[in-house]
Design a protein around this ligand. Sequence first.
Ligand SMILES: Nc1ncnc2c1ncn2[C@@H]1O[C@H](COP(=O)(O)OP(=O)(O)OP(=O)(O)O)[C@@H](O)[C@H]1O
Ligand SMILES: N[C@@H](CCO)C(=O)O
Length: 318
Amino acid sequence: MSVVVYAPASIGNVSVGFDVLGAAVSPLDGTLLGDRVKVAAGEQPFSLQCIGRFVDKLPQQAEENIVYRCWQVFARELDKKGQTLKPVALTLEKNMPIGSGLGSSACSIVAALDALNHYHDLPLTETELLALMGEMEAEISGSLHYDNVAPCYLGGLQFMVEELGIISQEVPCFDDWYWVMAYPGIKVPTAEARAILPSQYRRQDVIAHGRYLGGFIHACHSQQPELAAKMIKDVVAEPYRERLLPGFAQARQYALEAGALASGISGSGPTMFSICNDIDVAQRIARWLQDHYVQNDEGFVHVCRLDSQGSKVTGSEL
Ligand SMILES: Nc1ncnc2c1ncn2[C@@H]1O[C@H](COP(=O)(O)OP(=O)(O)OP(=O)(O)O)[C@@H](O)[C@H]1O
Ligand SMILES: N[C@@H](CCO)C(=O)O
């Protein structure tokens, strides 16, 4: 019996928690903003077929697709447990633009590994699987960070604790927040957006970062939405990455003047996120961003909610 898993888009950093905070989002209108992977019985050990809107942007060779590496590391882990991998035929439905700041590689990684695990009757625990997802994301971006794979897999707003054998834990968020996601249609490779960051920070920035992140987590747990939104400030990446994002400063200013509670770069960009607690404001900002921030036919804007579930089995057929 085949299995299909959907893995949603995610916002790495959420501005205030560079590499340690991430949120999964899904559009209000039911659009699939995420990748799907189907695992079915195969005639050879591994085969991969790619379909979907962004299939042309994927590497030509199946072996260069991260889904192939996911299969290899899954086999390695099963081998350690003395279990054997079944021959599998995988289909990747690539709905997510690459280098968008929406956690596109994470969507493929999470959908592939979660589907492989379901197909083999869940031999790996949640933490074992998440560790593999981090390993795959590190291969692509050049450094280990879980802020896309953890929310994409587990859902909601996730904080990377990385202690006591725990990789990530959920932070309570605000049910009435709308997340306007605007992807302009241009590519910003994550590895490049990391390379331009300073290797050292000034003491005043370190203190500000501690205050914002601590304040944000505190405000989430004590359910103070206004305080939480005020704390969504990025002193680590945004000041340096802004120059990679044409029109970002104006778009951010418009969103805040139009009533957004906070706005920032999603992951390493170029997608911008804006948080609103009023659907009319969210839709007005979405329309403006569609006209002024989107640069070509590949760009889009979606009004989203937090996706509290993360990746999920959607059936047996795509
Ligand atoms: N299934 C896949 N999905 C996405 N990228 C893939 C996949 N397989 C291989 N790649 C390669 O991995 C690299 C991903 O780059 P990058 O980390 O910038 O993208 P991303 O994860 O889509 O970015 P973001 O997190 O900003 O959405 C690209 O070079 C791409 O060709
Ligand atoms: N935390 C990562 C997310 C990449 O999507 C970064 O900002 O580089």
